[in-house]
Design a protein around this ligand. Structure first.
Ligand SMILES: *[C@@H]1O[C@H](CO)[C@@H](O)[C@H](O)[C@H]1NC(C)=O
Ligand SMILES: *[C@@H]1O[C@H](CO)[C@@H](O)[C@H](O)[C@H]1NC(C)=O
Length: 385
């Protein structure tokens, strides 16, 4: 390890106190125990700094990761803190293993390398990213891919309260993946997966967001990181009263749930498939979801109530929409049956099948009235239930 810009004696003294001044890491280095970096830390390309067996890690100045930084703070009492007046510049790889919430707030936040968040098996720590003046991802920000065994984390971009902040510009990739089953029937196991939230202001850029066995929440009028959200067995939360327009891959097997809305809103939450788009109507807003991979069929749109379960005893039941190949079961038709002609009554229904028609789903049956066989149609529009 070579120390630049500060006298070695000063540094030696400082490191005895575990307060490290300006540090340039040029070869692989491991520091154990708590660390306070009062001046800038630069890890050069080709070198990795490993921080472990500490519970308090404090970065009081700029942090530049051009090589590797592995920060392991899975101590339940541990903290990792950064200085919001400083900058983060990652062109290499930054692995952050945490058990507690971390605010990664910087004046300039720039990533063109990889930032990996590793979670905890016990709790779901939240890592929130924010850049006050520069807030750019040209690389990968990933929660979950490096988890060893079941572990959970939640990442968020932006500010929950201040819509006037600098938008998150995602020209790269945000990846959030859980390994456990996240959706089973109508139950979403919120703590089984990881989570990503896009807070205010709306994010920009041409990048993508890939969500597997996890939860994605759009908490602003938001197009998260450009044109594309890729869902795999995941749940997408949309605020009910913002008009939103997003493009989604992998709607099939995923659900779109609306957690602000009382269940009484369900009758108003209508959607039909129109030119590959699903306009979801709320009383005062329309969310438009473009089905990029074109896998949704009108008979595969199912409006229902979903249980968002945190624990056995903590859960919400919310209206939402899921997408399947076709109806998982035949719904009750909304319309009544009329048998044409005098003196006929329906004695049995022998067959039924579903068919897409005009953007909704129709259910047809053949009925056998008493006198002769007639064929009639029930019109069921489950998506507009
Ligand atoms: C990040 O660091 C690289 C390499 O030193 C530099 O070229 C780039 O300008 C920096 N970017 C920002 C936004 O600070
Ligand atoms: C939109 O949602 C917010 C947050 O729940 C609520 O305070 C506000 O009244 C809603 N606006 C409308 C028009 O429903």
């Amino acid at each position: 390890m070579h120390y630049h810009s500060t006298g070695e004696l000063l540094l030696l003294f400082a490191s005895l106190l575990k307060i490290v001044a300006a540090l340039t890491v040029t070869e692989d280095t491991t520091l154990t125990g708590d660390q306070t970096f009062s001046e800038a830390v630069t890890i050069e390309d080709g070198a990795t700094l490993t921080l472990k067996e500490g519970s308090v890690y404090k970065f009081e100045n700029d942090l530049s990761v051009h090589g590797g930084l592995v920060l392991d703070n899975r101590n339940v009492d541990g903290t990792v803190s950064f200085n919001r007046e400083s900058s983060l510049n990652v062109t290499g790889s930054f692995e952050l293993a945490v058990s507690n919430d971390v605010d990664m707030f910087f004046t300039s936040f720039y990533n063109s390398g990889s930032i990996y968040v590793k979670g905890s098996a016990v709790v779901q720590p939240a890592v929130t990213f924010e850049g006050l003046e520069v807030f750019i991802n040209d690389g990968t920000i990933d929660a979950g891919s490096l988890d060893e065994g079941p572990a959970h984390s939640a990442i968020a971009f932006g500010d929950a309260f201040d819509p006037k902040k600098t938008p998150f510009i995602n020209n790269g990739k945000v990846v959030v993946s859980g390994t456990e089953k996240f959706i089973e029937g109508n139950v979403v196991y919120l703590l089984a997966g990881n989570a990503v939230k896009f807070l205010s202001p709306p994010s920009e850029g041409t990048g993508s967001v890939e969500v597997t066995n996890s939860y994605i929440g759009l908490n602003a009028r938001n197009n998260p990181g450009g044109p594309e959200i890729q869902l795999k067995d995941s749940a997408l939360y949309l605020p009910a009263n913002f008009s939103t327009s997003i493009s989604v891959l992998g709607l099939k097997g995923s659900i779109v749930a609306f957690s602000l809305t009382p269940t009484s809103l369900l009758p108003d939450m209508k959607t039909t498939l129109q030119d590959g788009k699903l306009p979801i109507g709320f009383p005062d807003a329309v969310a438009t979801i473009a089905d990029i991979d074109g896998t949704i069929v009108p008979c595969g749109i199912k409006q229902d109530l979903f249980t968002l379960r945190a624990t056995e005893s903590i859960y919400n039941t919310n209206p939402g929409i899921s997408f399947t190949d076709s109806f998982p079961s035949i719904p009750d038709p909304v319309t009544t049956t009329t048998v044409v002609g005098e003196g006929h009554t329906v004695t049995q229904t022998t067959s039924y099948y579903t068919e897409a028609a005009g953007g909704t789903c129709e259910m047809k049956t053949t009925v056998y009235p008493t006198a002769s066989t007639l064929s009639t149609r029930y019109s069921a529009a489950p998506s507009a239930n």
